[in-house]
Write a protein that binds this ligand. Structure first.
Ligand code: ATP
Ligand code: MG
Length: 483
């Protein structure tokens, strides 16, 4: 395995692990929230079940006590006679009132547990001497709770006395909470099991769903990770129309722009290198064949100086073009457009002997970079000079209307063939009929960049053989609109 493939495999593994971690994290959060919700539901339900059991038992105690009080006011249902002794009353009540499974009633007579009525599943509190002793000492109706081996018990003790009978008695009513609590517990248990199973199902389903949802994002990420500077041609497969597909589309568009930018830069460097090589070759060629003859030397030095001057201009222009890509290329400010035209005109007339004139001045101000616009107009004027003869005329002009600002250089020179009109704005592009080697072919490219940076364009109107007009068509911004 080569180092590259090894690195790639390791990267892919790390990527995959990162994908899994993201999935686990999302899922863990969801499960945590669901678990909290389930626990809360179970706890709340459990509490209400237990408190319902408690109140049911309390109601049962009160009901049994009422039943006894009612029983005591009536004659003995078996004999039809009144009760003469405490024992008779309590025993008859216990005979007639049967305890349910979770209940136990018993009587205490003179401190001793007497009769009992009660289910099987309960603890024998009537045989607990301590409890019996305490219960026997009760003289007013009392209630309380007790812990037994059969679970918690709620009890009520009703003291009983019968006129004419010196014996003291108590009726103990005990309600065992265990059966009610058992029911509550089993409900909680069933709820918990159902919740746990649902949670597990949700977890497994969530794991697969999260995997499916995250898979396309992971694909995008993996492809993005695989794309390097030298391999900008790769694109992400766009599947479907969802957000992830949209993400892929956006990403691909970004790659298109990056690829174009890189290609542009590479072309720029190629072109610049190529253009610089020519003067270097010329200089070396002349230096190689230079003789000792002073006249020849002087001629060569003159030529070398010329070429170096050309190279220096070329480098300056290239730096200017590179700078034009930066956002701070322009220094915008309020500019007197008439001054701009008139001052540029004055500079241009020094270039060569021509019939120079000004067509029109706009007599207004605008927000613009005066220095760059002067540079552009001078560049156009220099071109006009290069393509005219002394008999020709060159005119500059400016006009502001409908929020547009037009600045132009018009000449009556050779004009531009239709085929050249777009091409000459490209870097290092010279006219097809060009024979001179003076120009670098960067002039119009710079003019176009200055216009574009102002938010405008450069137009050419030309009739070949009868001259050309280059117009900067820019948006006019009123300086009054400046904050
Ligand atoms: N006023 C004009 N009349 C006729 N042709 C023109 C005119 N202006 C420009 N051109 C053509 O456009 C080409 C490109 O012009 P550009 O200013 O970009 O380069 P250049 O003048 O050759 O070199 P540089 O200006 O960089 O020294 C010129 O070579 C020429 O053929
Ligand atoms: Mg030029």
């Amino acid at each position: 395995m080569t180092t590259t493939t090894m690195t790639m495999t390791m990267t892919t593994m790390t990527e995959r692990r990162r994908g899994v971690t993201a999935r686990t994290r999302i899922l863990a959060w969801i499960l945590l929230l669901v678990t909290i919700a389930i626990v809360a539901i179970v706890v709340v339900t459990g509490r209400s079940l237990f408190s319902r059991a408690d109140s049911q038992v309390a109601a049962e105690l009160a009901h049994e006590a009422d039943k006894f009080r009612a029983f005591a006011t009536k004659p003995d249902p078996s004999t039809g006679k009144e009760f003469f002794t405490v024992r008779e009353l309590l025993t008859s009540h216990l005979q007639h009132n049967l305890a349910e499974d979770n209940e136990m009633f018993f009587s205490i007579i003179d401190g001793v547990a007497d009769r009992r009525s009660g289910g099987e599943r309960i603890a024998r509190i009537d045989t607990d001497p301590e409890f019996v002793r305490e219960a026997a000492s009760v003289t007013t109706p009392t209630s309380g709770s007790l812990a037994t081996e059969a679970g918690p018990v709620e009890y009520a003790i009703i003291p009983v006395s019968v006129d004419g009978d010196p014996a003291t008695g108590q009726l103990v009513i005990a309600e065992f909470l265990a059966p009610e609590y058992d029911e509550a517990w089993s409900t909680i248990w069933v709820m918990s099991v159902v919740a746990l199973v649902s949670l597990m199902l949700a977890g497994v389903t969530g794991w697969f769903i999260a995997g499916r949802v995250l898979a396309p994002i992971r694909d995008v990420r993996l492809t993005a990770a695989r794309i390097t500077e030298t391999d900008l041609g790769r694109r992400i497969d766009v599947v479907g129309h969802d957000d992830v597909a949209q993400l892929a589309v956006t990403f691909n568009r970004m790659l298109d722009r990056l690829e174009a930018a890189f290609a542009g830069q590479r072309r720029f460097l190629d072109d610049a290198g190529h253009e610089l090589r020519t003067p270097i070759t010329v200089i070396r060629g002349h230096l190689d064949v230079m003789s000792d003859d002073p006249e020849d030397r002087e001629q060569t030095m003159h030529l070398v100086d010329d070429e170096l001057e050309r190279m220096s201009r070329l480098v300056d222009d290239l730096i200017m073009l590179a700078r034009s890509e930066r956002p701070d290329f322009l220094l915008m400010g309020p500019t007197d457009v008439t001054d701009l035209v008139v001052e540029t005109f004055a500079k241009a007339t020094a270039l060569a002997e021509r019939h120079w004139s000004i067509d029109e001045t706009p007599e207004t101000f605008a927000v613009a970079d005066a220095q760059r616009l002067t540079q552009a107009l001078l560049q156009l004027a220099a071109n006009a000079v290069a393509h005219t003869s002394e008999r020709d005329s060159i005119a500059l002009g400016g006009h502001v209307a409908d929020d547009r600002m037009l600045l132009w250089v018009r000449d009556t020179g050779t004009g531009i063939p239709d085929d050249d009109r777009e091409r000459i704005f490209e870097r290092f592009a010279r006219g097809s009929s060009e024979t001179r080697r003076q120009g670098t072919g960067l002039g119009l490219a710079i003019v176009a960049r200055i216009a574009e940076a102002h938010g405008g364009t450069v137009r050419i109107d030309s009739t070949p053989g009868h001259g050309a007009t280059f117009t900067l068509d820019l948006p006019w911004i009123d300086p009054k609109e400046l904050p």
